[in-house]
Design a binder for this molecule. Structure first.
Ligand SMILES: [Zn+2]
Length: 218
């Protein structure tokens, strides 16, 4: 194993553990990948394995649709990762998760367009929900290429979410920020009536803010 390959595997494991520690992925739900665009190799977490116990030899390596490395079978959701990475040549990392607050919207087949959070406005604007696609089949990725051209994070109806980033740090940061905003949004609903940012200010939001669309895509 060369150094580059080893460091990509280490990076996946580090972030997979971090996300499992936060309850955003678990043994049976969620997967992470990084694409080495030069070698045309996708590194992805294996199927049905507790992320905390992952070791480098377990990370699956995919090339041209076949698994060429790793002691365990690649996640069945690799098609989703490949579709997301095709849509976003500016991104190299994908996280697919069933993060609870985001997935609650996915279970209701609802896109997210809240107007009460500056973080949400600055990073997302909105988060679309794609129609249901059966896991493990090519349908899981239906519509994802179009949606991801405009969004770093999208919901998959009755399933979860998928997000992309230039780096794994970017992708994970986006997922964490969305989940945190929605958690607070649900809490706010119990506190009182939610106050939206007025339309004019909403549209101006971030014009001079360095955090605007952190991947620079929108
Ligand atoms: Zn899933």
């Amino acid at each position: 194993m060369n150094d580059a390959s080893n460091s990509l595997k280490k990076e996946i494991i580090q972030y997979a553990r971090l996300l499992e520690g936060k309850g955003l992925v678990n043994s049976l739900e969620g997967n992470l990948s990084i694409l080495d665009r030069t070698a045309g190799e996708l590194y992805i977490t294996p199927s049905g394995t507790r992320k905390t116990f992952l070791t480098e030899d377990m990370i699956a390596v995919m090339k041209d649709g076949s698994q060429i490395g790793g002691t365990l079978k690649r996640s069945s959701e690799y098609l989703l990762h490949e579709a997301a990475l095709r849509a976003r040549p500016d991104c190299n990392a994908v996280v697919h998760a069933h993060a609870p607050y985001l997935t609650a919207y996915a279970y209701c087949n609802k896109s997210i367009a809240i107007r009460c959070s500056t973080t949400f406005g600055l990073i997302f604007g909105d988060i679309p929900c794609l129609p249901y696609g059966e896991p493990g089949t090519t349908h899981i990725a239906d519509g994802i290429e179009d949606a991801m051209k405009e969004h770093e994070l999208v919901l998959l109806a009755n399933h979860g979410c998928v997000c992309v980033g230039k780096t794994m740090e970017n992708a994970v940061s986006i997922l964490e920020a969305a989940e945190e905003v929605l958690k607070i949004y649900m809490m706010a609903k119990t506190v009182g009536e939610i106050s939206d940012i007025p339309t004019e200010q909403w549209e101006q939001l971030g014009n001079n803010h360095p955090g605007r669309k952190q991947t620079g895509h929108k």
